[in-house]
Design a protein around this ligand. Structure first.
Ligand code: UDP
Ligand code: MG
Length: 301
């Protein structure tokens, strides 16, 4: 198998047929490729649409989850099932033009030193506020993590087989893929691209989901926040000492004390929260539950 497309799908009934037909037309000249659709517990007719196209046994493979496990889990299932020499993760909503997949493959075929082609958005087609927060996230995570995150890079990437094998060998439960893709190393080529408007339906990621995703990413790929809490502790100890000394000379500092007490307890809650985030990851990992549960497989062993 030359090329595998890994396509996570959640409530994409309006996009499956369009995506499939578009890929068939675009990939006409590639003799040997597969589309692995992973139905991530869709509540609409996504699975019915997938069943329809699965009559094309040569090109279509389907994995369907028992419920919604999230895009990260869907990508993992697709990567595990893939057998292409090149494997590309792509969304099913046409925001990422499948034609770019051909450019990615051409880059890997031409230069044996490149192992991953990662598409990144030079210009984001989204609100200024969201763009700003995403930029902040990349700046924070790059400054506190040993893994490097390229601004604007998405999950839209093509890997050589060796890279896929490395990715699926990581057994962590909390799969922050952007981090995992960087963690495994190899040589990256960053390809600029522009997203297209969604073909049908609407995005499943709102601000809260993205915020949680960002926190998970930071906790998964850096332990610096734990160390920062040490610094918090020292600073508050010093402030407490200074205010104690000031209180001996000036008895009207009650209000300042009040502010300090509230300030300190606020800080303590933050610290406990940060600790909690790490402990919850240990908790989740220790249960060793499967990352997803498969209900149906079509054209796959
Ligand atoms: N997706 C998924 N599981 C989820 C949410 C999304 O498999 O729980 C898929 C979705 O079908 C799409 C891709 O992940 O193919 C990106 O999702 P979406 O378009 O909603 O996000 P956005 O492009 O707005 O970031
Ligand atoms: Mg999308």
């Amino acid at each position: 198998m030359k090329l595998s497309l890994v396509i996570p799908c959640y409530n994409e009934e309006g996009n499956i047929l369009f995506f499939y037909n578009y890929v068939k037309k675009t990939f006409e000249k590639i003799a040997n490729y597969e589309m692995i659709f992973v139905n991530d517990g869709s509540k609409d007719d996504t699975f019915e649409k997938l069943k329809e196209i699965s009559s094309d046994k040569k090109h279509v493979k389907v994995i369907s989850f028992s419920r919604n496990f999230g895009k990260e889990a869907a990508m993992l299932a697709g990567l595990r099932a893939s057998c292409g020499s090149y494997v590309c993760v792509i969304d099913s909503d046409m925001e990422q033009d499948p034609k770019i997949v051909l450019d990615m493959m051409a880059i890997l075929e031409k230069d044996q030193n490149i192992d991953i082609v990662a598409a990144y958005q030079e210009q984001r087609n989204e609100g200024k506020l969201l763009s700003f927060f995403k930029k902040c996230f990349y700046n924070i995570i790059n400054s506190i993590s040993q893994v490097n995150f390229h601004q604007g890079v998405s999950d839209f990437r093509m890997f050589r087989r060796e890279v896929v094998d490395a990715i699926i060998s990581l057994e962590e439960q909390n799969r922050f893929s952007k981090g995992i893709f960087s963690y495994v190393g190899f040589n990256n080529y960053y390809l600029p691209y522009t997203t297209q408007p969604r073909n049908a339906g609407k995005s499943s990621f709102n601000f809260t989901k993205l915020f949680n995703y960002a926190i998970e990413g930071i906790v998964s790929f850096s332990t610096k926040p734990l160390r920062i809490t040490f610094v918090f502790g020292f600073i508050s100890l010093i402030i407490a000492l200074i205010s104690l000394i000031m209180l001996i000379f000036n008895k009207t500092l009650i209000s300042i004390l009040c502010a300090l007490i509230f300030g300190m307890s606020g800080l303590q809650f933050i610290v406990i929260g940060i600790l909690g985030e790490y402990i919850s990851q240990v908790h989740i990992q220790s249960k060793n539950r499967p990352i997803y549960v498969v209900k149906h497989k079509i054209n796959l062993k």
